[in-house]
Ligand binder design. Structure first.
Ligand code: 26Q
Length: 822
């Protein structure tokens, strides 16, 4: 068995150490006295990568030979977080490698922290994709993640004078040891230009697309290990480049600078991740990005089909392609185009293959967030696709006409083209029509899709609609981030729970065991101490680990209602000032999250949080009782420190607005209690952990709907609720803006006169519920009991469960266990 003995693949401590020093010498070209921390990190990363390659190659060979059905997860975002620690956990060598590193006199934590996280996503949707590819590998499902290798990921956030500042994310500056470029599998992508009709040699009328430019997509592959399996799947991200030959043509015409210019334009396509909540219209580059990675990915699948000698007619049997939201929905038109124009397949056969290939996941309930592209822009980037979309639409509307005779309004609502004024292509409609399955990401969300956002499609094709409640990987979000909790659990029930999270329920009886509760509390306490040190280092604010750590971390958005949290904080502050004898436990309110750079209200919400914090944290009467902290730059890395240190998780979106949420699951798994509305997956978390272990407040989605229908008047709440009035008046008077009554005028006026997310309607219920939380925290035993029950009843929220359901119900994909070569 040559590979098992090999210096670069063996998992013995001695060989690991040898490999590490070899890599420092032969890859970094350094010896210990001159090596930087980054040299050591890279040497270590390569040592681990060496040991992954054998599994990766074995996996590829096994898949090739089995010809197995393959899941392709198409996503514009993969928010992976750092690879090193996760790979060590999944390979089962975390402890051994830590020892090796420490025996060499190095600081292991420091080396792990040296990795720049690949932040190739905005938030929930991108992180979900990352959890899903972890679970796919762990369940030994043949799968690839396809996406874009952005040169700049999500911006880095700093806070200056209480405001968010953005810095570009240069995650590749020190090199990326986890990826392997595969230039031999590059794909050409056409863009722009026009179409022409011609008659082929058989006398048939055909269409030719004459593009204005061609760019190259270079795949960069990253191995994705399963947890203690031999499987190493692939994340394949495309980087755009200028094709040599195309450059050359321009060069020949004597236009050297034009050629260089072309090169720059080509490279721009994969340059930067777009933030969500950005005004879309006119963002040609974003449409080009979407088409670029989709086209590369579909052509890559066709390449695999060809080398495996599988006929084109069986494309949908070989590949199950999941569309992560509408960002890759252009795939429907692109597969049609490839089949029709390049492989000369008939329309009906092409359409059948297409529909049987794709499935679509929706991630939003905000109608304004549904992607639509202005027709002129679409026509100029993808002229042939627009023709195909018109043809799909015309055939589709014929079908609707037969089913709903004479219902013209319905036709207009269902059409792939929004014709009300400016014309747009509706990407969600394209995804629905081109897919055999459509799913939401939590029970409530899937129901609301059927009743509301996609109602017309549901009435047309009820059989296409599914629910697949989101999940998160316990490998990153428990084992790696909260090792003390993980070993407390494994000490009692072994480690079967890591692959089968429902096993945590075996610990339910331990909630009544005082010794176990003490150990549980101590773990939480130690995590809080560590986080308090982190806060001090990052913000200079001292917080008391004895206080309740109350977190709201997520993208900053009005519908997520960080400002409702702030209104409660102001109300509590006011009550404590008025009545210093109030018995409330000390609490640290922590916020984290990025605002889209162009979303001005969200940026002002950050300023609101930091401004209220500044007043409270300085107030000598209050600062030992409550503190307000904004943790800068919330991302995967900081998340891994946050969830284990949380007592309370704020999930307070307006009911009916948050599709699922996944942070809510990470908190609960780590023993935080939730204060939340009946929104997204909160509903299911409450079902699982028990209503008595969950702090519920606020209107239900139905009540929200009814209130809006009957006319919502936020000003009436202000007038009739003196507590609310006091809070708003303090804000309006400048108490938290050093007398500047204008700083938050826009926010308060918006609430008083519009309040689209019903903060005022939920205010009193929220404040009352927070009082209940405070009372509960005073009873440490009872709180710990609830904390334990939250964690051990969160088995449903493993992404392994989600992926099993996708495999069974949508993808029809089965495990292929990997035998290692050699
Ligand atoms: C679209 C067009 C142009 C530029 C950017 C975008 C864009 C990018 C990202 C739009 C939306 C997103 C991200 C959405 C997202 O993260 N949604 C969240 O998905 C989670 C996983 O299902 C859910 O848990 C959250 O409820 C949902 O908000």
């Amino acid at each position: 068995a040559p590979y098992r003995e090999h210096n670069r693949t063996s998992l013995t401590k001695e060989k690991l150490k040898q490999g590490f020093l070899d890599n420092l010498y032969f890859i970094q070209g350094k010896f210990p006295t001159l090596a930087s921390r980054n040299d050591y990190y890279l040497a270590l990363a390569y040592t681990i990568r060496d040991r992954m390659l054998h599994r990766w190659i074995s996996t590829a060979t096994n898949y090739y030979e089995s010809g197995a059905r393959t899941v392709c997860y198409l996503s514009a975002e993969f928010l992976m977080g750092p690879h090193l620690g996760n790979n060590l956990v999944n390979m089962g060598i975390f402890g051994m490698v830590k020892e090796v590193v420490e025996e060499l006199g190095l600081n292991f934590e420091e080396l792990l922290a040296q990795e720049e996280e690949p932040g190739l996503g905005n938030g929930g949707l991108g992180r979900l994709a990352a959890c899903f590819i972890d679970s796919l590998a762990t369940l030994e499902i043949p799968a690839l993640g396809y996406g874009i290798r952005y040169e700049f990921g999500i911006f880095e956030q700093t806070i200056v004078d209480g405001w968010q500042m953005e810095k570009t994310d240069k995650w590749l500056r020190n090199g990326n040891p986890w990826e392997v470029p595969r230039p031999e599998w590059a794909q050409e992508v056409r863009l722009g230009g026009h179409t022409e009709q011609y008659t082929d040699e058989n006398g048939r009328l055909r269409v030719r697309w004459v593009p204005a430019k061609i760019v190259l997509g270079i795949p960069y592959d990253t191995p994705i290990l399963g947890y203690r399996t031999n499987t190493a799947n692939t994340l394949r991200l495309w980087k755009s480049e200028a094709p040599e030959s195309f450059d050359f043509e321009v060069f020949n015409r004597g236009d050297y600078y034009g050629a260089v210019d072309q090169k720059v334009t080509s490279e721009n396509i994969s340059k930067v991740l777009y933030p969500n909540d950005e005004q879309l219209s006119g963002k040609q580059l974003r449409l080009e990005q979407q088409y670029f990675f989709v086209s590369c990915s579909l052509r890559d699948m066709l390449r695999v089909l060809a080398i495996q000698n599988i006929p084109l007619s069986r494309f949908h049997e070989k590949f199950a392609v999941q569309l992560n939201d509408t960002h890759p929905a252009i795939a429907v038109a692109e597969l049609m185009r490839l089949l029709l124009d390049e492989y000369l397949v008939d329309w009906d056969d092409a359409w059948e293959i297409t529909q049987r290939t794709f499935a679509y996941t929706n991630h939003t309930l905000l109608p304004e967030a549904l992607e639509q592209w202005p027709l002129p822009l679409f026509a100029s980037v993808l002229p042939r696709h627009l023709e195909i979309i018109f043809e799909i639409n015309s055939r589709f509307l014929d079908e609707v006409r037969i089913k709903f005779l004479g219902d013209e309004a319905r036709l207009a609502r269902l059409s792939l083209i929004n014709e009300g004024g400016e014309r747009y292509v509706r990407m969600a409609h394209l995804a629905c029509v081109g897919s055999h399955a459509i799913n939401g990401v939590a029970e409530l969300h899937s129901e609301l899709l059927k009743q509301d956002v996609l109602k017309d499609f549901y009435e047309l094709w009820p059989e296409k609609f599914r629910n697949k409640t989101n999940g998160v990987t316990p490998r990153r979000w428990m084992i790696l981030s909260n090792p003390s909790l993980a070993s407390l659990v494994s000490d009692r029930i072994g480690n079967g729970w890591v692959r089968d999270l429902e096993q945590l329920r075996q610990l339910e009886p331990m909630a009544d065991d005082a010794d176990f509760r003490k150990e549980w509390w101590d773990v939480k306490r130690a995590n809080k101490v560590a986080f308090a040190q982190y806060i001090f280092k990052r913000t200079g604010i001292l917080v008391d680990p004895e206080s309740m750590f109350d977190f709201q971390v997520k993208r900053i958005h009005e519908y997520k209602r960080q400002h409702l949290n702030v209104l409660h904080i102001i109300s509590l502050y006011r009550r404590l000032k008025e009545n210093p004898n109030l018995e409330v436990p000390p609490r640290t309110f922590l916020f984290g999250g990025k605002a889209a750079p162009g979303y001005h209200t969200a940026k002002r919400m950050i300023k609101l949080i930091t401004s209220v914090g500044e007043v409270i944290n300085r107030d000598p009467d209050i600062r030992d009782r409550i503190k307000v902290v904004f943790v800068p730059n919330f991302n995967v890395t900081t998340g891994q420190k946050i969830y284990p240190a949380a007592d309370l998780s704020e999930q307070i979106s307006t009911a009916g607005k948050e599709a699922s949420g996944t942070g809510n699951m990470k908190f609960s798994m780590n023993g935080a209690l939730t204060i939340g509305t009946l929104d997204g997956a909160n509903v299911e978390i409450r079902e699982e952990v028990g209503a008595e272990n969950f702090f519920l407040f606020g209107l239900t989605a139905d009540e929200v709907y009814a209130l809006r229908a009957s006319g919502y008047h936020p000003y009436d709440y202000y007038n009739t609720n003196p507590h609310l009035k006091d809070v708003i008046d303090l804000l309006r008077g400048g108490s938290f803006s050093r007398g500047d009554a204008d700083l938050f005028r826009g926010l308060t006026d918006g609430l008083l006169h519009h309040d689209p997310y019903l903060l005022f309607a939920d205010f009193q219920s929220y404040v009352d519920c927070q009082e209940e939380v405070s009372r509960a925290y005073l009873d440490r035993d009872h709180w710990t009991r609830m904390s334990i029950l939250n964690a051990v009843r969160s088995g449903k929220f493993s992404s392994d469960r989600s992926i099993r359901q996708y495999c069974e119900d949508i993808w029809k994909a089965e495990p292929v266990p990997i035998t290692l070569l050699g």
